[in-house]
Design a binder for this molecule. Sequence first.
Ligand code: ADP
Length: 483
Amino acid sequence: MHNLQDAQLIKNFSYINGSWHSSSSEFPVRNPANGEVITNVSNAGIAETELAIKSAKSALKMWSTKPANERAQLMRNWFNLLIQHQDDLGRILTLEQGKPFTESKGEIAYGAAFIEWFAEEGKRVYGDIIPGPSGDKRIVVIKQPVGVVASITPWNFPNAMIARKAAASLAAGCTFVVRPATQTPLSALAMAELAERAGIPAGVFNVVVGNDAKSMGKILTQHPDVSKFTFTGSTPVGKTLLSQCATSVKKVSMELGGNAPFIVFDDADIDEAVQGALVSKYRNAGQTCVCTNRIFVHTNVLEEFTDKLTIAVSSLTLGDGLSPNTDIGPMISHSAVEDVDKLVNDSIALGAKITLGGKKSALGEHFYQPSILSNVTNDMPIARNEIFGPVAPIIAFNTEEEVIQMANDTEYGLAAYFYSRDIGRVWRVSEALEYGMIGINEGIISNAAAPFGGVKESGNGREGSKYGLDDYLEIKYLCMGGL
Ligand code: ADP
């Protein structure tokens, strides 16, 4: 089916406590490139979500007390299987999400890298011994898994957003329940199939697939057996879930929206900056939370940068992610296209100019033309909102001070990028930008060894790196007296 080498990777049921659960109703998963139904999946709800949490709770003692190197070995098996099935997993991902096949395969490798990295890092959960306030006491600090982790993940990275959370959870000794986005459950279920083949014990990794996000979200954020809730998605939904978590004071990680500035100073290598803008703006059709949202260009290099970017973007091919020439796939939904179109039109009404594209594509209702808008100001809707589409707004600036002020003038604080060859400026600007991650002469910043996360309304907590593991560990202080 669907030209997969291993047809068993398409699963239609939730994966709970090591077995596949059907429910009484089902819903279709559609290919955004053509609207065709890929398959129907069983529609889990409150009962299955509660069952998954119960299973994770039952498996917790067994998993958390396993030596870290045994957990690491099982995770390593999982990593190997994900890489071994990279083509099939990439294909499933493109079918349900739309991004070009090469990007999908890149996501599989990127997601798997977190599982490999955390499997190793889990062996290094060190404690501390601190001299006490009096001679007969020692302060001992140990780290323990937080417990059952529940998560809700988005459709833009159907594999990697789960891998990042599950990898840190499992390595720390936590058990895990995920509810993937309604649009993209198949990648999550394929991960479960491979987790099972890898020998990850029943109840450790559970996937509940259902289209009633609100009801399932209430259980995942409020169930007394869940110790930590971790979410990637939009800021408004994140705020709702955060307040739901407050009722039982859960530990939380929130990876929310962004409004990334991309600054091109007049001492930048312009060709490099164009390449950086291309990948950080247009990959995944602009639908990532770290995608460049506003391009600030110094007036001295404005014309050169705009011309070169326009040439580069003009050569991008829009199409079905499975066709080999495609650089940009469909957007996730028709309403996503409409939202982008409205931002563009509202900004044009306020004086923005179309340099390239600026319209819905004739390819179909899920496609938007790769676009560039010039003459944009920082107060236009296209600059205030997360675009989540293939449109680059260009804003001119004159001084470093002015551009830092404009870049920080947003409630978001996830990723920022800038291009400069001046070492003093590199430090000044890096320290002044109010963002969790800064790409300096670099448009792609995320990898398993680096702490991914935001400040301000872009969320809290970090994924990846040694800091990412800490988010799934509790510190326990042992006061050793009477020595
Ligand atoms: P996106 O724009 O990426 O769809 P959302 O924040 O709307 O961002 O969705 C991210 C995830 O949150 C998806 O899995 C979605 O189904 C889920 N979701 C959306 N609304 C709610 C809600 N009220 N409660 C729980 N989950 C939700």
